[in-house]
Design a protein around this ligand. Structure first.
Ligand code: ZN
Length: 125
């Protein structure tokens, strides 16, 4: 970088550096992806430790969060931890299918309504 003055350097980065960086990223996507992968591998253990520490430090918060009960649109209640299991239950799946059907009907009705209005407009002219 051509500047020793940190203020000027900052300005240069604001004006051009950012764009150059974006351009460089676009042109070297694979390289950056590869470097990112290497970096992540290198930091894997550190990350795992960090996550572990986070879980230990926030034990109560996490278990409170897991206890939160959610009432679903299908009428069932489930705990946060059970969401993915709940999403696969017959009751919920039927509810989603029916909801999609209703939404489709709504779209159909709206379309018909608009078409009818257009029809009237065209008739009037
Ligand atoms: Zn449900």
């Amino acid at each position: 970088m051509p500047f020793k003055d940190p203020e000027k350097r900052k300005q240069w980065y604001e004006d051009y550096g950012r764009q150059l960086k974006a351009k460089d990223y676009e042109e070297n996507k694979e390289y950056h992806a590869e470097m990112g992968k290497i970096w992540r591998d290198k930091n894997k253990e550190k990350d795992q430790l960090r996550h572990k520490r986070y879980r230990e430090e926030h034990k109560e918060q996490i278990s409170e969060h897991r206890k939160i009960k959610v009432t679903c649109g299908c009428g069932s209640t489930y705990c946060m931890v059970g969401k993915s299991r709940h999403d696969k239950t017959q009751k919920h799946v039927i509810y989603i299918i029916e909801k999609m059907h209703d939404d489709n009907k709504l779209v159909q009705e709206r379309t018909n309504h608009i078409l009818a209005e257009w029809g009237e407009l065209l008739r009037d002219h």
